[in-house]
Design a binder for this molecule. Sequence first.
Ligand code: TMP
Length: 209
Amino acid sequence: MKKGLFITFEGADGSGKTTQLNNIKSFLEQKGFDVVVTREPGSLELGKKIREILLHYDGVVADRCEIFLFLADRAQHVETFIKPAIEEGKIVLCDRHTDSTIAYQGYGRGQDVQLLKELNKIAVNGIYPDLTLLFDVSTEVAQERVGSEKDRMESIGIEFHKKVRNGYLELKNEYSDRIKLVNANNSIEEVFEETKNIITNLIQQKQGV
Ligand code: TMP
């Protein structure tokens, strides 16, 4: 059986990555691919409980507690959903994954990036994305798109979100084979074209279709 593909969508809150992910799902399904869409944190029942804490708990959440909550969600998600789906030959489109932890908890919160990479390694247990799309957008535009109803992470403030963006750009330079940049300042249609081309190339490369 053909092995599936694992594609992650990364970027700031307000980068438009979720809209693109859903458009890509429809595009690939029209072409006859077996596609599943998922997200971190909180795609599974257990993960939804973790997501509720991470995004809506209104008490103090210590930085290291936050890290382990994101990682707990990831470990469960990879083991019980992502890995089986790839093995069944599906194309897995995942809204956020390991790079979010490095960008938000590492570059944003200032936690040890090397340590976070090690912890991510434990959480994913050998499963890595074939491709990561980084939807890069200026922090000002992203914040405007988020609007006034912000969750716990979105409320942290513009300086934090600027650090997150820089973190993502660092990651892109470090893992340039895996991470492809998409200019998310452009219109939804333009961003979709760019995204579609990158994914089509990957599928041709990996599956020869
Ligand atoms: P979203 O599902 O609306 O993108 O919200 C998830 C939020 O959690 C977003 O602000 C990014 C943040 N996040 C982290 O800080 N670290 C992580 O590892 C993940 C997966 C998400």
